[in-house]
Design a protein around this ligand. Structure first.
Ligand code: GCU
Length: 323
């Protein structure tokens, strides 16, 4: 087994090799999920298409399972020029470039169609570009469903969250949301969550169902409360420098491959949600149907606060909300 240090030594930015007149590039991509996870399959599809579309010149090597670090660490590696690409999500990216935070407001979208419109909208594209000055740009979004609470007991209303330690991603919006629901937000990297739930470091978590079941959180938490508070997309990002320096035909190939993989992910995600629902039921997970209204009412002040404190970001939020 290679230690993290020696893995990192291998990852020293884009390798651009000249062979004759042809320029070949190999990019390293880090993410925190297992290879069985739909987003890994979507990115594998993307890598294969990028290779095809570039006539074999662009190769993408995927490092799954957080072997190069957590989502936060991967972003830092990109900013330091030590990694080319990473799959993260809008919650995690909010701390690096605030526009991604627009996706993190609870109850922003009416339904899945609305969410999909947002991912393909001009505002969505503007957000992906907004992080250039922070050293990375987004190249596509991936559907990651809706996030709900899960715990060792049923959460029927915000009253049940009162006093609970709830794991959140390191996202200021998620922290604020949990406070308004009466819980104690506990930011943790995803890789630390299983043990934290098992040992009672946190009482609850919130995520999409496949993240709960495929990472075995369902072994230690048996109640999934379907409040569906957020729909936060995964985001595929690339170093702004690497992106700018890619030969044009490779950049075009990567853009197109990424866009195609977004569509592929929709299918993969839908299949995974069905399969994981079955798997959860077999494991004895109880699905709790909740009245969403008290949750919506508790977090509604977030919109007014944002309007006052950050009108620029609020404009993006409002734009997404009204698509
Ligand atoms: C989802 C998301 C991941 C994220 C995880 C988390 O699974 O797709 O990108 O890391 O939530 O809660 O940390």
């Amino acid at each position: 087994m290679l230690g993290k240090k020696s893995m990192l030594a291998m990852v020293v930015g884009a390798t651009i090799a000249m062979s004759g007149a042809v320029q070949a590039t190999t990019l390293k991509l880090s993410h925190n999920m297992d290879t069985s996870f739909p987003v890994h399959k979507a990115m594998k599809f993307m890598a294969e298409r990028a290779k095809e579309l570039s006539g074999g010149d662009l190769k993408i090597r995927i490092y799954p399972n957080g072997q190069l670090g957590s989502q936060r660490e991967s972003l830092e590696l990109i900013q330091n020029g030590a990694l080319d690409m990473a799959k993260s999500n809008a919650a995690e990216l909010e701390a690096f470039a605030k526009a991604y935070g627009a996706f993190n407001l609870p109850y922003l979208f009416d339904d899945q169609d609305h969410y999909y419109r947002a991912l393909e909208s001009d505002i969505g594209k503007q957000i992906l570009q907004s992080s250039e000055a922070n050293g990375f740009v987004g190249i596509t979004y991936y559907d990651a469903g809706a996030r709900s609470f899960y715990a060792k007991k049923a959460i029927n209303s915000p009253a049940d969250i009162k006093g609970m330690k709830v794991r959140v991603q390191p996202s200021p919006t998620a922290v604020e949301m949990i406070k308004l629901l009466g819980g104690h937000p506990t930011p943790l990297a995803f890789g630390e969550l299983y043990t934290a739930l098992q040992q009672g470091v946190v009482d609850a978590a919130e995520n999409n169902l496949p993240s709960m079941t495929m990472n075995r959180h369902s072994e230690v938490t048996k109640f999934f409360s379907m409040d569906e508070h957020t729909m936060i997309p995964d985001v595929l990002v690339i170093s702004a420098k690497v992106w700018k320096e890619l030969p044009e035909h490779e950049r075009n190939a990567l853009s197109q491959a990424a866009a195609e993989s977004m569509q592929e992910m929709r299918k993969l995600w839908a299949e995974s949600e069905i399969a994981e629902r079955e798997s959860a039921e077999k494991q004895g997970v109880e699905f709790v149907t909740v009245d969403k209204v008290p949750f919506q009412q508790a977090v509604a002040p977030m919109y007014d606060t944002l309007k006052q404190e950050d009108p620029e970001l609020y404009q993006l939020v409002d734009g997404l909300r009204n698509l």
